[in-house]
Design a protein around this ligand. Structure first.
Ligand code: OFO
Length: 175
């Protein structure tokens, strides 16, 4: 059983994760339009991960006798100034999500809600990984520079992250 305040806060988090899923889906579509296939594939995977994050909370709320609410999702931007700007936006959004998770952790301590605290551990790890991945992509993108032929190299870098994710998924399936 969680408090009404916790239920509302977790429902807010559902909204944030759902928006991230749609934002990244929109980014995937834009990247595809630009011929950036590596980036499109990367964002598509991020989008479905965010949907999973949303669903985990959704199931958790119902499991602890709350009411998970399906959120209204506002229209994400359809176009982006450049791939560099788009990736910066992803990083910023991830930082926002991390802050929101930390706020829920604070509430857990205030309410002595150790069940939700335990549930959130997974998100804390996930956000650390996500931010590290985005920082590493942004570092590479900055090294490569902007525009023209450089886009090709940026996209190749994104493909490397796709290959890494595919290898991780295969290793998990074998385990
Ligand atoms: Fe679910 O916000 Fe990123 O990982």
């Amino acid at each position: 059983m969680i408090s009404k305040k916790m239920e509302a806060t977790l429902n807010k988090q559902i909204e944030l994760e759902a928006y991230a899923s749609f934002l990244y889906l929109s980014m995937a579509s834009w990247a595809d339009q630009q011929g950036l296939e590596g980036a499109a594939k990367f964002m598509l995977r991020q989008s479905s991960e965010e949907r999973d994050h949303m669903l985990r909370i959704f199931h958790y709320i119902n499991e602890v006798d709350g009411h998970a609410i399906t959120p209204a999702i506002k229209q994400p931007p359809k176009t982006f100034k450049s791939i560099n700007v788009m990736l910066e936006e992803v990083y910023k959004h991830e930082q926002k999500v991390t802050k929101a998770i930390h706020k829920i952790v604070e509430l857990c301590y205030k309410e002595d809600d150790y069940t939700t605290l335990n549930f959130l551990q997974w998100y804390i790890d996930e956000q650390r990984e996500e931010e590290a991945t985005m920082r590493s992509i942004l570092d590479k993108v900055k090294l490569i520079g902007e525009g023209g032929q450089k886009l090709y190299y940026i996209d190749m870098e994104m493909e490397k992250f796709n290959a890494m994710a595919a290898a991780e998924a295969a290793a998990e399936a074998d385990a």
